[in-house]
Ligand binder design. Sequence first.
Ligand SMILES: [Zn+2]
Length: 345
Amino acid sequence: MEKNVIGGTIHFEGVCMGDCKLDGNRPDPKGAYQKFASKVQKITEYNPEFHYIRFRAIGNLEIDGPNNNWDGFPYEDFEDSRPGKGYQSFIGKKAFIEHSSHSIENAIGELPGAFLNSFHLPDEFRGRRYAELDSFESKERQKVLAMDNQADGSVEVLMAIDRQLSPRISRMVDSNQHLACSMGTNIDHSICTACGNQAHYEHQYCAHIQYAKGGTHLIPARDYRQLITAKVIRPEWLPKILSTDRDVRDVLEGSTNRMITARAFEINKDLSFFELSVVANPAYIKGQMLEKIATTEDGSLQLVDIQKLSDTEMLVLGIQTGAIDVHKLSEDALYATAKELEIKL
Ligand SMILES: [Zn+2]
């Protein structure tokens, strides 16, 4: 049985447990497991007419910086849970080749699932979202970003490619060739990192973005500091905008008028994703296929958001996927798991 326990999502082949021998008085864990299996989020039915590919679709400004097109995407805009916004807006959209999304006829498949590799928050911020944390007066966001083993905050998207609609891509998948991807998004506005200009339409671009996107500019530290004071540029973005740590310090402390070097790029706000394309040259260098999801024996395909699972649910899922050998678990551990699940379920 293939193991598919992976970073963002887990998919598993039906339910295959219940081999355990327990005392007659103890509850049979099988029932609890089956209740659990019926509770997991089912994203899509496996259809053999499609290839299912999991892609890393987009990374955020805080971890990855701007992409090769000099576009940056703040993590808080991935988290945005308003209808039609944030990472979930990928779900239900179409897949294309090289952004040919001007016509739906060009679609090669669908995007049935998306997943955010959410930032872990320290215990003191429990119950809050990253977007709610402050970075101007207190350094809450900076604290999150500095955490050891922090998640990369990228968005993963499941692409279902129709074999008939794209025989060429289908052949590439069949022959295990690697695919790269690139996303399409609508934005509300963008912010220029050199001057803080906000543009809702192209004719509103400043000269930095219109003529010299990606170029560097020498700016007095105190002048740049005004963008922070006005809360146009966030302090946690500075390491990806300014050239050196000293530049960042000088801007934040505001004690000098030394010239600092700022890279001019666009920070894109209020994201609404509308497509994911298979491309030859991705602007986001990590925009790559992560995994081809193989055919399952019983023809079902389920994906589970593992970050929403409790430790016990994780254990059960581990058993279901075959990642944990049920025979190697102590009877007590098995019993405790089953008992806790009965209570929880
Ligand atoms: Zn500008």
